[in-house]
Each structure stands twice: as structure tokens, then as C-alpha cells.
Design a protein around this ligand. Structure first.
Ligand SMILES: [Fe+2]
Ligand SMILES: [Fe+2]
Length: 277
């Protein structure tokens, strides 16, 4: 099974750009085209929040239109730039698992890997949270699982990364959440967006994984108390590959034209035993 992950489209109304000229809509379409061009094609796509920049119905219409090119099921969760009601109304036509109202989380039971999407948003805030109600929902879903490998996806990472400008808007949880996660070794990874950077860390006995966005990125800045800045580093998507005997492996793929593939052709005077690769 191959699960593609895209994050942080930040779609704008048609013709509009974001943050002084970032063409987020064109870059969203480029990312979707990159997924569509994959061979083998992913079985499904998860989208880890900030689908739109302002949570406007017209922005969700553009996201829907762009995702309609994909033949596989799409499972989105909201981010802090989304608006829960508009997100639900805009995304339910392509993901009927989303609730009509309330927290936008759900499980996907159709695959060899169980997917659990969590809504970490707090109305009007950049940071996120899994409040007691949401943690109780997650605990109940984990308790009813059948032991299949499980991937949790959410917008705000529930762990710190050392990027101070983003760690002030991470996902607040109760002190018990890491123990809940650690008690379920079937959780192969917790995959997130929001930080607009590629980040991995060990957390709660599982892998914490953060994806770059499909448009602008957050500059890598490890100085304390430093405000975020934006940088146009290459966008990316992830492929979470699960196979019996292989387990779950997460690949990050950059989006862009990096030239044709070439063989490992060696110079005639290459010394030694002629390694390939
Ligand atoms: Fe974002
Ligand atoms: Fe975000």
C-alpha cells in the first residue's frame, strides 16, 4: 500500500496569490500533477491541513477542483488556516467520511494500514490542541482497533522540533497523550504538516514526521525566540509505503524539474572496482 501525503496548499481565490506573490494555487496543481505522474500510483492521498489560506468557500472550491484530477480517495484534515464549517462543507463532497459538523476527525478502515485523521484546530488560533474530548475520541478509536499497522495524520505536530518560531504554535496535549500513543505499538507514525519543513523525530515510541508544504516553506532557523520567515525552498510530498515484510517506510520526494534520470556511467579512468550506485 502507498499513501501519498500532501500538506499546506494555502489555496487562494482564483487569480490571487499569498504572502506577496506566492502562487499557491499553481503550486498546489503542480503537486497534484506530481502525484498523478507516479508509477506505481499511490492508493490514497492524505492532506495534512491548511488546504486554504483563509478558509473561504471559493478557496475550497478550487481545492476540490484540483483534487478532482486524482483517481484515488482523498482524506483531508483541517489546519489553522482552514475554517471548520467551510472545510466540512467544502471537503465532504470528496471525502464523505468527514463529519457534517464538529471536530473533523475520522478513521479509514478500508486498507491494510488503518488511517486516523485528527482535527487539531482551535478557532481563531494559530496553535493547535488535542483537548480532553479529542484525546478521548482518539483513545476510543485506538481501543477498538484490530492491531493493523496504523498511521495517525494531523496538522499540528504534537511534539517540539527546535524551530522556535513554530514551536510556539504546536499542538498542545495533555501530559498523558504520549503514554496513550506509546501503549499502541501498532501506530507506525504520526504524520503532520504546519511547519512547512521536512522533520522527523522519535516521539512517544513512534515516528514523528513533518512534511514541507506544496508552496512556500518556513526557513530553517534554530535560534531561540526568533520569528518565522518564509523561503521558497523546493516543495515536496511524502510517500508512506507499507508492505508485508517491509513495514512502513516514509519517503520525502521533492517537487520540481531536476532534469532527466541518468545512469551511473563511470569515467574511463575511474579507479577501483567500478561500484554502481
Ligand atoms: Fe501552513
Ligand atoms: Fe498551519
Amino acid at each position: 500500500m502507498i499513501i501519498a501525503q500532501l500538506s499546506d496548499f494555502h489555496a487562494r481565490p482564483r487569480g490571487a496569490t499569498a504572502y506577496g506573490g506566492v502562487d499557491t494555487n499553481a503550486m498546489m496543481r503542480g503537486a497534484i500533477a506530481a502525484v498523478l505522474a507516479l508509477d506505481p500510483r499511490p492508493d490514497c492521498l492524505i492532506v495534512t491541513g491548511d488546504l486554504t489560506d483563509c478558509g473561504l468557500p471559493e478557496e475550497y472550491a478550487l481545492v476540490r477542483e484540483a483534487l478532482a484530477d486524482l483517481p484515488m480517495p482523498v482524506y483531508p484534515v483541517p489546519g489553522n488556516h482552514d475554517r471548520r464549517e467551510a472545510f466540512a462543507a467544502g471537503m465532504r463532497p470528496i471525502c464523505p467520511l468527514l463529519p457534517e459538523a464538529g471536530f473533523q476527525h475520522y478513521t479509514v478502515e478500508d486498507w491494510p494500514v488503518r488511517l486516523i485523521g485528527l482535527d487539531t484546530t482551535i478557532v481563531g488560533k494559530d496553535g493547535g490542541a488535542l483537548c480532553r474530548e479529542r484525546e478521548a475520541w482518539l483513545a476510543a478509536r485506538l481501543a477498538e482497533g484490530d492491531g493493523r499497522p496504523t498511521l495517525i495524520f494531523m496538522h499540528h505536530p504534537p511534539f517540539l522540533t527546535g524551530v522556535s518560531g513554530m514551536d510556539i504554535m504546536t499542538c498542545e496535549t495533555s501530559p498523558e497523550l504520549p503514554a496513550l500513543i506509546a501503549a499502541h505499538p501498532e501506530i507506525e507514525a504520526v504524520v503532520c504538516g504546519h511547519y512547512h519543513r521536512p522533520i522527523q523525530r522519535r516521539w512517544a515510541g513512534t515516528l514523528g514526521f513533518v512534511m514541507p508544504g506544496t508552496a512556500h516553506q518556513v526557513a530553517l532557523d534554530l535560534r531561540p525566540d526568533t520569528a518565522n520567515s518564509l523561503v521558497m525552498e523546493p516543495p515536496a510530498f511524502a510517500l508512506h509505503v507499507w508492505r508485508e515484510g517491509l513495514g512502513l517506510v516514509s519517503h520525502t520526494a521533492l517537487i520540481g524539474d531536476f532534469g532527466p534520470r541518468r545512469g551511473f556511467d563511470l569515467d574511463p579512468d575511474y579507479p577501483g572496482e567500478h561500484p554502481r550506485g
